[in-house]
Ligand binder design. Structure first.
Ligand code: NAD
Length: 264
């Protein structure tokens, strides 16, 4: 018996990177996975890979910015599967780095539309069914950027901070229906989203990470699967940082390391 046997999971942004790894992990644990993405190619590939490893999955094209499309997608999934146990609000983009006063209004709105509005629409539409079955696991993909105020990413950080507010308040609103709402805060994880940063600074980031490597989408999928499973039953309104300890390191550590080396 696998941990998620008989359960239905929905993952947004499932066609690439972290969403793809989460979809595969949830499937490995026995869930029927509805892999959704705005892009058809990646999402279909995720489903194909799940089928090849013996799992059950389907692809649905979904732009999370479209509230009506979100409702019809959740309705279709519920009609087909008879349950919605797990929602992973993962779809996202990073936006272009720029000082706050040079970020265009269009880019600002689009970032918040995908991350915040999209997660809200999906949460609301799936909670309707989770309440009926008195069970649910909702996971919102925040980011370490919600802790570290990543310079040049005011739009991205604002969106990821907002997701923590959504997580904590909805955790309280939905607790009496046995629905938990938690968040993940990945650090720098290898994906198309971080291609540019890693091309510039992979070595520096890896050596500044106490656990000594760049995180993989599978590292995040492990934590997501824990939050998605019945094992996390007494956790709600929390966020788990998945960063190999990266957030702990600061300039003083380098000073102290040099000091210890010179005195020992
Ligand atoms: N990679 C990292 O270092 C990192 C760190 C912290 C948080 N995150 C978050 O993790 C999530 C996944 O990022 P990733 O690194 O896997 O990036 P990715 O670019 O590999 O995957 C993002 C996926 O989201 C989809 N998507 C984009 N806009 C969409 C929309 N409007 N509707 C539906 N799907 C849409 C894309 O098509 C893509 O498949 C994002 O929310 C991101 O902000 C990533």
């Amino acid at each position: 018996m696998k941990k998620l046997d008989g359960q239905t999971a929905i993952v947004t942004g499932a066609g690439s990177g972290i969403g793809k790894a989460i979809s595969k992990k949830l499937s490995n644990e026995g869930a029927y996975v509805w892999a959704t993405d705005v892009q058809e190619g990646g999402g279909k590939k995720t489903v194909q890979e799940i089928h090849e490893s013996g799992g059950k999955a389907d692809f649905l094209q979904l732009d999370v910015r479209d509230a009506d499309q979100v409702i019809s997608t959740m309705d279709l999934i519920y009609k087909s599967s008879g349950r919605i146990d797990i929602l992973v609000n993962n779809a996202g983009i990073s936006g272009n780095p720029a000082p706050v006063d040079l970020i265009s209004n269009e880019e600002w709105k689009n970032l918040l539309d995908i991350h915040v509005n999209g997660s809200f629409y999906c949460l609301k539409a799936s909670a309707k069914y989770m309440k009926m079955q008195n069970y649910g696991r909702i996971i919102n993909m925040s980011s370490l950027a919600s802790e570290t105020s990543l310079q040049g990413f005011a739009h991205y950080a604002a969106a990821k901070y907002a997701l923590l507010g959504l997580t904590e308040t909805s955790a309280k609103d939905l607790a009496s229906y046995n629905i938990t709402v938690n968040a993940l805060k990945p650090g720098i994880i290898r994906s198309t989203l971080t291609d540019g940063i890693l091309a510039m600074a992979e070595e520096r980031i890896a050596t500044s990470t106490p656990l000594g490597k760049i995180g993989s989408p599978e590292d995040v999928a492990e934590a997501a699967c824990f939050l998605a499973s019945p094992d996390s039953h007494f956790l709600t309104g929390i966020s788990i940082i998945v960063d190999g300890g990266f957030r702990l390191v600061n300039e003083m550590d380098k000073v102290m390391t040099e000091m210890m080396a010179s005195t020992n």
